[in-house]
Write a protein of this length. Structure first.
Length: 248
């Protein structure tokens, strides 16, 4: 079926209806009003419906023409609607040409869009490949750095372990040295005390009854406690010497 745009139906098809009525008047000897009454030509609102087309109008007109020929007694069984058919054919040709041009234009646009999409797709693929290469390079470099850091960390752990071992060894050595120093200090104090006692013994052995020659330790009232301690040690030494000199 041939569909004509609604924007042109009100003018072209209404004019075609008038031409059909005029042809009927000439062929069948009918008046314009009589032809319209017999054919029942539609008004302008009829063309606003989507289901109504020029082909449907021609079918209705042909039926009306045949009926008008029988009623007019003219014996005409066939009516050729030359003006209306020619105008409809021209409109159809124009519509076909216009539609073909639109299709060609759309096809050209789709072709250009497809070409642009192919170019964009190729560019996108190249960009993705470049990104993949960059990511792979970065990943490789990062992996190398991570492995190097792991090796350095292992070295540091080994060095820390060695350092802890050295610190432990040094600590044990320092403890041993401290113990030896403490022992040496104790012995030094014992030696000093022994020298003092020996010195006191020499003074007592040489003074006789002259106690003025004794050291100031035994004359100073403020040093009585120290003098008492020294005297106690002298007594202990004297007892040990006496015990050692006595026969079994």
């Amino acid at each position: 079926m041939i569909n004509i745009d609604q924007g042109h139906r009100s003018d072209s098809e209404a004019a075609g209806a008038k031409i059909v009525a005029l042809e009927l008047r000439q062929l069948c000897g009918m008046t314009l009003e009589g032809a319209k009454a017999v054919l029942k030509l539609p008004d302008l609102s009829w063309f606003k419906e989507e289901s109504n087309s020029a082909e449907r109008l021609l079918q209705q007109t042909a039926k009306g023409v045949l009926a008008a020929g029988e009623l007019g007694g003219g014996g005409r069984q066939e009516v050729q609607l030359v003006g209306s058919s020619q105008r409809t054919a021209e409109d159809s040709a124009k519509a076909y040409t216009h539609g073909r041009a639109c299709c060609a234009e759309l096809l050209d646009r789709f072709t250009r869009l497809q070409t642009q999409l192919e170019v964009l797709s190729a560019g996108l693929d190249e960009s993705l490949e470049e990104v993949y290469r960059d990511v792979a390079d970065e990943e490789f470099q990062t992996q190398e750095k991570a492995e190097e850091l792991e090796r350095n960390l292992e070295k540091l752990n080994d060095e820390f372990s060695n350092l802890e071992t050295s610190i432990g060894r040094i600590s044990r050595t320092a403890t041993h040295i401290g113990e030896r120093l403490h022992t040496a200090e104790s012995r030094r104090q014992i030696a000093i005390e022994a020298l003092e006692i020996i010195d006191f013994m020499q003074h007592f052995s040489t003074c006789g009854e002259d106690f003025e020659t004794l050291p100031s330790l035994f004359h100073d009232p403020g040093m009585l406690a120290e003098a008492a301690g020294a005297a106690t040690k002298l007594l202990l030494v004297a007892d040990e010497v006496t015990s050692a000199s006595m026969p079994g």
